[in-house]
Design a protein around this ligand. Structure first.
Ligand code: ATP
Length: 251
């Protein structure tokens, strides 16, 4: 149990979810390392959703609403940290979630499937029970496999906490890629069409809220939001914010 009065309660709480995820076969050990890298960048952005993330959230919501077939990707860390929020977003978009793993094993697929199913037994969950059979060109081994009914078919994919190589290959096959990544320097952050530089635990509910809010906007408005969005500019804003914050920091 994490003591609630601990000054870093939230951070410890989310670490405990990941630890439990490892015990349940949902999270792999390298997922813990990835989380540590994310935490370091979260410190640098002040552990708050900043303006650059809010702009990316708005563009992401607009792009998801314009999509013919959007899919929400769920990996081990996402399933351990924010499974409810991933499902809520997919529901709001009236679409499916897909279990999309870098280290794919039948046991892991099953454990994540059970976690998601336990939250919402009506949810359409792809990528389980050996259904990831489409290979993304250029990606060998199990990390290249996605569900032919899901990511393979989608025009817009939300792939949070994704590896840069896979993001690049998804772009290569014509997908519009939205990612969530605390590290504005990562390859994923740079390859994606839209990068939300924020902690997934904070920004996923905000993204769902934004989708709800923009749902009734007309198409023209959504197109304008997407067209006015500049991902390189947003990453620059994040880096400038971090640099300035460090220079101005009083110890
Ligand atoms: P890349 O291959 O994109 O250059 P990487 O080698 O860091 O980056 P991974 O370790 O596969 O790639 O990806 C994990 C990414 O997810 C990291 O960039 C990390 O900053 C980010 N991350 C980890 N935890 C969170 C979180 N809770 N919220 C948002 N981003 C996170």
């Amino acid at each position: 149990m994490v003591p609630k009065n601990h000054p870093r309660y939230h951070s410890l709480y989310y670490r405990s979810l990941l630890e439990r995820g490892v015990d349940e076969g949902i999270v792999v050990k390298t997922g813990l390392i990835a989380h540590g890298r994310g935490e370091a960048f979260d410190y640098l952005i002040g552990e708050k959703t900043q303006g650059f993330a809010r702009k990316a959230i708005e563009a992401a919501a607009a792009l998801l609403l314009l999509a013919g077939y959007p899919v929400v990707s769920v990996n081990g860390n996402v399933a351990a940290l924010v499974p409810e929020d991933a499902i809520m977003l997919a529901k709001e978009l009236d679409t499916a979630v897909e279990i999309n793993l870098f280290y794919r094993t039948p046991e892991r697929e099953e454990a994540i499937y059970e976690r998601l199913r336990g939250i919402d037994d009506g949810m359409r969950i792809l990528g389980a029970s050996g259904s990831a059979t489409y290979r993304i060109p250029g990606l060998e081994s199990n990390r290249g496999l996605v569900d032919p009914r899901g990511i393979a078919k989608a025009d817009v994919v939300l792939v949070p906490l994704e590896d840069g190589d896979r993001t690049e290959k998804l772009r290569d096959i014509g997908k519009n890629v939205i990612t969530i990544d605390l590290n504005p320097l990562s390859r994923s952050a740079r390859f994606a069409d839209i990068t939300i530089v924020d902690n997934i635990v904070r920004c996923l509910p905000l993204l769902t809220q934004k989708v709800k809010q923009l749902k009734h906007a007309d198409e023209e408005e959504l197109v304008e939001i997407v067209n006015n969005y500049d991902n390189k500019g947003i990453l620059k804003e994040a880096l400038t914010f971090i640099s300035k914050r460090l220079l101005d920091m009083e110890l």
